[in-house]
Design a protein around this ligand. Structure first.
Ligand SMILES: *Cc1c(COP(=O)(O)O)cnc(C)c1O
Length: 350
């Protein structure tokens, strides 16, 4: 059955109007010792209306489903998520008057569940991150709904050529800097969609910028990138938003120049450092990004290179006040944050 065209046109107008009401996200300078000759920036994706970089992806996934004739009036929309995508999708589902179901691991932060429910979405919790896919598929099938499937569609639903995607926006905002063409852009990979968009855009735009990924413990992306294997599985990540227990189709290793495993304690320590230095508290995946960006900066300094590195502030720390920002919770998880925190502070002191 073909969904009603007038309804689709109206739905797409609504989604576009959300962009028209919004300003671009800021590119913030992150101060590092000036003798490095390397400049570091964070693109603050926490300032989207739904608080994370997933605002971009969720809108793209809805438009992709709408233009493909898969979403119409009354379609139940379903997603498998580690939380942030579902928050943004719940927001857009409510905007379009659609029922929304999020399937997530039971470990997902309480705050994200509250946000999804606050937007009128329903949360289905499964024991482990590896179980979300089949359950989301099942719910979509049983309800005659549509599975947005970010882990498959992220790399195809986003306009990588431009249309103010994240890459386009970064390059425009770098135009007035002393090193406008970043040597590196650093991101974590959850779907892998952000790195795919940035890397494709860089090739299309003809710039030399390379793309690096920080991968948390328990994720398979580093091994998949290093070995070329797509059948590796792992226990999954303890850094919300990034790292996966299987190699997702939307993760494109062929366009990624460097992948580095980052210890969880280092990610959490670096999250605290970003919060202290920028006065904006991020989530832990932003810490992972800082660790990789600082290692790349150190390598550039060692080779006598100057230039710029851009990375992302992926989401806000308010979502994690009872987890990564709670010292008791962090200690109970067995994360020893003090040593990496001291090391990071020493490096940044020059
Ligand atoms: C999804 C996500 C990422 C990674 O982005 P992808 O485009 O899915 O690879 C990083 N941090 C957070 C908090 C996220 O939710």
């Amino acid at each position: 059955m073909t969904p009603d065209r007038r309804w689709i046109t109206e739905a797409i107008r609504e989604l576009k109007a959300d962009s028209t009401r919004s300003a671009d996200t800021h590119l913030l300078r992150f101060p590092v010792p000036s003798d490095w000759g390397v400049d570091l920036y964070f693109k603050d994706e926490s300032s989207h209306p739904t608080g994370s970089l997933k605002h971009r992806l969720a809108k793209s996934l809805f438009i992709y489903g709408l233009v493909g004739g898969r979403i119409g009036a009354g379609t139940t929309v379903v997603e498998a998520s580690s939380g942030s995508t579902a928050v943004s999708e719940a927001y857009f589902a409510r905007m379009l008057g659609l029922d929304f179901v999020a399937v997530m691991a039971a470990s997902t932060s309480r705050r994200k569940i509250e946000l999804i429910e606050g937007y009128g979405g329903r949360c289905v919790l499964v024991a482990t991150a590896g179980e979300v896919y089949a359950e989301a598929e099942r719910i979509a099938r049983d309800s005659g709904g549509y599975y947005l499937d970010q882990f498959t569609n992220a790399a195809v639903a986003t306009d990588w050529r431009g249309n103010n995607n994240i890459a386009c926006s970064i390059f425009e905002q770098m135009a007035g800097e002393r090193h406008p063409e970043p040597a590196w852009i650093v991101s974590g990979a959850g779907t892998g969609g952000t790195t795919a968009t940035i890397a494709r855009y860089a090739r299309y735009a003809g710039v030399a910028t390379r793309v690096a990924v920080g991968d948390p413990e328990g994720s398979v992306f580093e091994e998949a990138w290093r070995t070329g294997r797509t059948d590796v599985t792992g226990r999954g990540s303890r850094i919300e938003g990034i790292g996966r227990p299987r190699v997702e189709l939307s993760f494109l290793p062929s366009v990624i120049d460097w992948v580095q495993t980052v210890p969880d304690a280092a990610s959490i320590a670096a999250m605290t450092v970003v919060s202290d230095v920028l006065g904006r508290a991020p989530g832990p995946s932003t810490g992972t990004n800082l660790v990789v960006a600082l290692d790349l900066a150190r390598d550039m300094v060692a080779r006598g290179e100057t230039g710029s590195i851009v990375t992302l502030l992926c989401d806000g720390g308010d979502r994690y006040s009872d987890t990564y920002y709670d010292a008791g919770w962090v200690a109970a998880q067995g994360f020893d944050v003090a040593p990496p925190l001291a090391a990071l502070r020493e490096r940044l002191a020059g």
